[in-house]
Write a protein that binds this ligand. Sequence first.
Ligand code: AMP
Ligand code: FE
Ligand code: FE
Ligand code: ZN
Length: 294
Amino acid sequence: MTNFVDLHTHSTASDGIYSPGELLHRARDVGLRVLALTDHDSTNGIEEATQVASALDIELIPGIEINTDGSGNEIHILGYFPEYQRPAFQHVLQVLRDARVHRGERIVERLNQQGIHISWERVRQLAQGAVGRPHIAEALLEAGYVKSIPEAFEKYICTQCPAYVPRYKLTAEDGIHLVTSANGLPVMAHPAVMLTSGTLHKWLPRLCANGMVGLETYYGQYTPDIERELRTLADKYHLIPTGGSDFHGPGLHPTQLGGHYVPYESVERLKAAATERHGKFPPPFELPPPVQER
Ligand code: AMP
Ligand code: FE
Ligand code: FE
Ligand code: ZN
């Protein structure tokens, strides 16, 4: 069976393997008709993606993913249909990407101190867009320290690993506000991967009160039971149920591009909500002072 919709993917504008254009060609090959590009902290792939999508007769939904901090819980906020050309929005994304550079450099420094010899220059070459731990993992793989990307995370750059340096993150509420400030639609990404059911129940009212409009209900390895539970929650809180593969490239995340069924209803509801929001005067976003890194 062919799936037609995938609303969560990454390209070389962040930590995906394929350029936006290549990603669209893969999408065409697996029969997708609607694709959202949701790179971390960057919309720099959207222009190319839109052009190639139009040539391939695929509907491209502009998006973003912001990894935020919810009082120690990692909460990822997707944003659909942001008016991404807004200078204030781009300025904040640039600040987030600059913080990634500074932090990545420090992780490599720490690895070097531990006798692991990869160079920051190489990591920068591997990262064409927003640099992240996946690019450091790639450098570790290339230098022969590990045999796979997951092994690199496990052995060297996991959050508990000695070389780990935390990244400057927005709070979950600010992540939502940032997307809203560009008239985008904030959606909580893969809730059942990051949070326990109890934590999710605790956070949902708070996130909704801050303007969240969707919940990623159809995702990767979610079982039908989990999806039913998330769908019930989405309906209860009047959230748009969305979904996608979180494709980064073959072998990086378990789900292949277009590998999970997402109903077209998600697309229709996102589009309707975006139409209502676009062109209006959004609430401005004020960048909070950078958090002191450990
Ligand atoms: P960063 O934002 O630099 O801390 O890197 C986080 C990114 O690393 C996530 O968005 C994932 O794409 C990727 N990632 C996190 N944990 C793993 C893992 N265990 N194996 C492979 N990729 C991972
Ligand atoms: Fe990623
Ligand atoms: Fe994520
Ligand atoms: Zn993602």
